[in-house]
Design a protein around this ligand. Structure first.
Ligand code: ATP
Ligand code: MG
Length: 361
């Protein structure tokens, strides 16, 4: 069986470091292994419209921002197909048929959608499109016959929903769709990176982000404003690591080589953590270290982005070519789906003959 990767992001803002550790960094690594027969990276504008229907300009403006972030992180259009969801009409058609295989109560049980509804104050009136976006996501995944989907933890319910649709479809209409596997980050801190406020997950919609394209001064300001351990008041007090966002970010970003470079008095992160827990290590020192780490990680990304920003028409051209290629793949799957469902009346000579016979008797 072919190895195919699909994943994507909603163009609701520039991409942030949560996207990076949750999915983007992994995509680039996987892309560069050369192990995949095909890689599809989707800018999910149609999904973004499900909760931004009254603000289409926001979605329109952010398509290029997401595309620039992709290229800046090392997604390479020679190796990965970058596409825009709305340009593949086959995805709507697939969603339409999959809707018959999912119940309203099943959608209501989706924990990610539940918390997103709360976050958006949609409790009283949920847009139907938003409520059903897990089905459209199943269409995205299956349209490209994806076998691997590298995403953050919040996407687990979507992958479960997709697998259920695949099983139901295949059992009703015959073996047609491919079951995808979710690929979660290996590192606990990267599954759901918290925002700089330490409260919820870092999310474009919550405004608690460090963006990949952030300028050095702003990164520094955000790091120094970060949430730590509120009971760690004096340097000599013992500190807690649980819920301490600065340490969570170090877990997500720190590499061994950063110690000799920025903090040579410690040999690794465990040593730093032990000292913090014992007492005697101030928050400012840890924040200074984190700032150095993030600056080192983000500088090359920011610089590459600035290069790609010099030729915006070329970036749109990459998306156009990618969308064209993606549409061909989705059209093939849609054909297989309609054949399996026998929605292929004009190609079905048996049906036409059978009906002729029925009416001539
Ligand atoms: P929105 O607020 O518009 O939903 P978002 O910031 O949640 O935006 P998405 O486009 O929904 O971003 O998510 C894109 C991908 O990034 C998904 O695979 C998701 O799991 C991952 N992701 C998003 N935020 C985080 C995070 N804080 N930690 C880890 N992974 C994340
Ligand atoms: Mg999201």
């Amino acid at each position: 069986m072919k190895k195919i990767m699909l994943t994507g992001d909603r163009p609701t803002g520039r991409l942030h470091v949560g996207h990076y550790v949750g999915s983007l960094r992994r995509r680039v690594e996987l892309q560069n292994t050369g192990d995949f027969d095909d890689i599809f990276i989707m800018i999910a504008d149609a999904q973004a419209l499900t909760d931004n229907a009254d603000n289409p300009e926001k979605v329109r403006q952010n398509i290029i921002e997401v595309a620039l972030d992709y290229l800046a992180c090392g997604l390479d259009p020679e190796k990965s197909t970058l596409l825009i969801q709305s340009q593949i009409p086959e995805l709507c058609e697939l969603s339409f048929y999959y809707m018959n295989l999912v119940t309203v109560s099943r959608l209501q049980r989706n924990p990610t959608v539940k918390s997103e509804i709360q976050m958006r104050n949609f409790e009283a009136s949920i847009p139907v499109g938003f409520f059903t976006y897990p089905i459209s996501q199943a269409a995205d995944i299956t349209a490209f016959k994806a076998t691997t989907v590298p995403v953050g933890e919040d996407q687990m319910p979507m992958l479960e929903q997709t697998k259920e649709i695949v099983h139901k479809f295949n059992s009703v209409y015959g073996e047609t769709l491919v079951e995808p596997k979710i690929l979660l980050p290996e590192n606990e801190a990267c599954m759901r990176l918290p925002g700089i406020d330490g409260k919820a997950k870092m999310s474009k919609s919550l405004g608690n982000c460090i963006y990949l394209s952030e300028e050095p001064e702003d990164i520094k300001k955000k790091v120094f404003s970060m949430f730590t351990d509120p009971t760690h008041i004096r340097i000599e007090d013992p500190g807690k690591l649980e819920g301490n966002t600065v340490f969570t970010y170090l877990d997500a970003f720190c590499k061994p080589e950063y110690f000799p470079e920025f903090l040579p008095e410690y040999s690794n992160l465990d040593e730093l953590k032990e000292h913090y827990k014992r007492g005697g290590l101030g928050d400012m020192k840890v924040k200074r270290f984190l700032n150095n780490v993030l600056q080192a990680e983000l500088e090359p990304i920011r610089n590459r982005r600035k290069e790609f920003q010099k030729d915006i028409p070329a970036v749109y051209e990459i998306l156009k070519k990618g969308s064209e290629k993606a549409e061909k793949a989705a059209a093939q799957t849609l054909k297989e789906v309609k054949d399996a469902m026998k929605i292929n009346y004009f190609d079905d000579m048996e049906l036409i003959q059978e009906q002729s016979k029925k009416f001539s008797e």
